[in-house]
Design a protein around this ligand. Structure first.
Ligand SMILES: Cc1cc2nc3c(=O)[nH]c(=O)nc-3n(C[C@H](O)[C@H](O)[C@H](O)COP(=O)(O)OP(=O)(O)OC[C@H]3O[C@@H](n4cnc5c(N)ncnc54)[C@H](O)[C@@H]3O)c2cc1C
Length: 393
């Protein structure tokens, strides 16, 4: 396996950088650089530009609208996107439900949903976790009972990212209460505008709003919205969760943060203790980047335990870079800039702190990143998986 970036890939990277620079509106990039979640309209506008170029979902098979780039080229593209502070696309759609639909969905589901995902016409949210079903996901209780050509859904989901702006939810629901826990679950696509769906915000420690509780009260979902076979949802969820963990390494984000941090660290970077932390972070990140590249080059992508290693380490590095950013900023990094409307209100003068523009968002970002070692399966759970699968403990 050869990880050297050759002349062709360097040229590819230059072209990507030039195209992104010429296409990404500067006001969108400015909001991205401030470190908050992207607004829906920013995501829509950026995804549509990518889609017009055929680049909305480079990792998808070409037959479904992807590219035939090599894994290294896809990774270089991600690095350029993050370095330019382009909005992160709808990951629930692009990275999670999209691959489930083109792998397990029927022809109608593919025809209806995939083009809408590629053009950001439909935003999605992930309805897996419940108040008593997080790490122990198989104990979920939201029920879907067959009634003619509909399922009737009752129950509650929690921690649902972006439910407040989503058009559709992909949910795990219990369709057989008698079967053993994993065997009675189905994978259902639910229209968030259906009568009986209620979304209630959860405000997080960064004073922002991206997570929610979602309640279902006799929500009627057509049976054609079930993906694959009834009661087989657990195996589709496992496929999805492995993808989620593999993408959670998020090294392109951490690399972009690190570059930004080194740009403003100034004299702080020369202080021995800070310099040692910065150097250690850089070396650890480089090691993780090579691990990610190795997985990208491997046949079949990340398998369970490998994905867990990437998730675990990537989550820790995302936290460390944000904490170091706050430390580097000193006093100007102490203000939390709340995002009271849920998504980026920092263009409003009142939301701006005293101090330089690059300071906006770092403390909020650092606080929100407490969640990286929780979501997508907590790091304790990933350690259990590694202990069992790799170390045979
Ligand atoms: C910001 C954020 C966004 C999220 N977005 C979504 C979303 O969009 N959709 C969605 O479905 N979910 C989402 N989640 C939920 C997330 O996946 C769960 O929070 C996560 O799986 C942990 O579950 P829990 O919160 O129920 O914690 P619990 O499972 O109750 O765990 C509590 C603690 O106990 C530890 N623990 C539990 N079991 C074990 C064990 N067997 N061995 C060792 N330690 C253990 C855990 O690691 C953790 O530290 C999100 C969470 C956050 C914080």
């Amino acid at each position: 396996m050869d990880f050297v970036i050759g002349a062709d890939d360097l040229a590819f990277r230059r072209d990507m950088r030039a195209w992104i620079g010429a296409t990404l509106p500067s006001e969108i990039a400015t909001r991205g650089r401030r470190g908050f979640h992207a607004t829906r309209s920013d995501v829509e506008s950026w995804t549509r530009r990518l889609n017009a170029k055929g680049w909305a979902a480079p990792a998808w098979p070409e037959a479904h609208g992807g590219t035939n780039w090599t894994p290294l080229q896809r990774y270089l593209f991600q690095l350029e996107l993050r370095a330019a502070a382009a909005p992160v696309q709808d990951q629930s759609a692009m990275e999670l439900v999209g691959p489930v639909i083109y792998t397990f969905g029927d022809e109608v589901q593919k025809r209806v949903h995939l083009p809408r995902i590629l053009n950001a016409d439909t935003f999605w949210c992930q309805g897996f976790s419940e108040p008593n079903a997080g790490s122990d996901l198989a104990s979920l209780r939201t029920r879907a009972v067959l009634d003619g050509d509909h399922y009737v859904v009752n129950g509650q989901k929690t921690w649902t990212s972006d439910a407040q702006r989503a058009d559709m939810m992909f949910a795990l629901v219990r369709t057989d209460a008698e079967a053993r826990p994993q065997a009675g679950i189905s994978f259902l696509l639910i229209d968030m505008k259906s009568p009986g769906v209620r979304v209630r915000p959860i405000y997080s420690i960064d004073e922002g709003h991206s997570v929610n509780e979602v309640f279902f009260d006799d929500v009627r979902v057509p049976t054609e919205n079930i993906v694959g076979e009834p009661n087989k949802g657990w195996s589709y969820a496992k496929f999805l969760l492995t993808n989620e963990r593999a993408m959670s390494a998020e090294t392109a984000h951490t690399r972009a943060d690190l570059l930004q941090l080194k740009g403003f660290a100034g004299e702080k970077a020369c202080e021995p203790l800070f310099c040692a932390k910065l150097s250690k972070l850089e070396v650890d990140l480089m090691a993780l980047e090579f691990a990610v590249l190795r997985v990208l080059h491997a046949e079949g992508g990340a398998q369970d335990a490998v994905a867990s290693v990437l998730k675990l380490r990537g989550a820790e590095l995302r936290q460390r870079v944000a904490e170091l950013g706050v430390e580097a900023l000193g006093n100007v990094g102490l203000a939390v800039n709340p995002d009271p409307t849920g998504h980026d209100a920092t263009d409003h003068p009142a939301a701006r702190p005293p101090g330089p523009d690059h300071a906006v968002g770092w403390l909020a970002r650092s606080m929100f990143r407490r969640a990286t070692t929780i979501y997508g399966g907590s790091n304790e759970i990933q350690r259990n998986i590694i202990a069992k699968a790799v170390l045979s403990l």
